[in-house]
Design a protein around this ligand. Structure first.
Ligand SMILES: [Zn+2]
Ligand SMILES: [Zn+2]
Length: 350
């Protein structure tokens, strides 16, 4: 076992090396996130051992259902109760380094755009993209299988399938829409996608998405210039609760997304995030949230104020304003929008 292999494995929880009696094989043990049973991978190549039990699980979520005036917890997949046997059979899965598992995130293989790639010419609406990924379960955890990027006009900028390096345990077809067949002829690996992204993004690129942390972990990207619609449109109960993208689209834009029985469409989800943000900006403009800022006597001359909305040439929106006061955007940067490039689509309000 190599040193690098060792260091990778020590990052994982449940990596209790064990010896199977008689076989003298080093194994890595994980707890299945779907059924809570333990399962084993062969340590040297992360092969899924055939001696593992079947994973019997509910693919749906537990929901509160009123039955005879009593609230009961039932799975959305089969209406089974909280303690019922699962309704689907598959392999055991885990999230891998994806969620850090309490040991911190393993940042090996992560990429970040060059700090020096910043320039006024990048500070335009053409440098704003939305990104969404589909993922599958592999013996390394959750890995990306598809990535879609659209621009502010909802044009497709980048679209690719991605073949995981390790054995796939579950294609997540129900959610991802991808199957073994979809990836059969795909030769693109994550490292190739990362190289493409580094050509597409620079330090000023603003990336929009819904729960972007998941996507960034999947494509191993570090980027701080972001707008996350799960934060801009928070759940009424606050974190860690998040509103579903399809519910936001339905509520604010009266649009039904994720209807396809064959799974999500990452391009559709990325476009939905752009539409929501454009709706939000237009709505804030309409509700005169910017009025106070515009009426400040020195606002036109004070660029450092960064809250200027100038009809003549360049409009600098403070993202913090755009995304409303209840949004914690982490890194609040300024989006400069040149009018002749902006041409912001109008999204009808409810
Ligand atoms: Zn079920
Ligand atoms: Zn399981």
């Amino acid at each position: 076992m190599s040193n690098s292999k060792k260091s990778t494995d020590t990052k994982k929880i449940d990596n209790q090396k064990a010896t199977i009696a008689g076989l003298n094989t080093e194994i890595v043990t994980h707890v299945c996130k779907r059924c809570n049973r333990t399962f084993n991978l062969r340590a040297k190549d992360l092969a899924y051992l055939s001696s593992n039990s079947e994973c019997i699980f509910h693919w749906g979520k537990l929901r509160n259902v009123r039955v005879d005036k009593v609230i009961e917890h039932k799975y959305s997949c089969c209406s089974g109760g909280m303690d019922s046997d699962g309704c689907e059979v598959g392999k055991h899965v885990y999230d891998g380094d994806y969620n850090g598992n309490g040991n911190g995130l393993n940042l090996a293989g992560y990429i970040q755009v060059d700090e020096n790639t910043t320039s006024d010419e990048y500070k335009t609406s053409q440098n704003v993209y939305a990104l969404d990924c589909e993922m599958c379960y592999t013996t390394k955890g959750l890995e990306v299988t598809r990535i879609s990027i659209v621009d502010i006009h909802l044009n497709e900028i980048y679209e690719s399938l991605v073949k995981p390096d390790t054995q796939i345990l579950d294609y997540n077809t129900r959610w991802s829409g991808l199957t073994e067949e979809s990836l059969r002829n795909c030769n693109k690996k994550l490292k190739h996608v990362q190289a493409d992204l580094m050509k597409l993004f620079n330090k000023d690129t603003i990336l929009i998405g819904h729960s972007l942390d998941s996507d960034f972990k999947a494509i191993k990207l570090i980027h701080t210039n972001i707008i996350d619609t799960s934060v801009v449109f928070p759940h009424k109960m606050g974190p860690p609760y998040k509103r579903a993208l399809r519910n936001l689209m339905s509520e604010y834009l009266q649009k039904i997304i994720q209807e396809d029985v064959e799974g999500h469409d990452s391009k559709e989800d990325a476009a939905a995030c752009i539409s929501l943000m454009i709706w939000k900006i237009n709505e804030d403009l309409r509700s005169k949230k910017f009025a106070n800022i515009l009426n400040q006597p020195d606002s036109r001359s004070n660029q450092s104020n960064n809250s200027l909305l100038n009809k003549n040439s360049t409009s600098t929106f403070n993202i913090n304003n755009i995304s409303s006061s209840n949004a914690n955007l982490g890194n609040q940067r300024n989006l400069t929008i040149t009018n002749n490039k902006m041409n912001m689509p109008k999204i009808a309000s409810k």
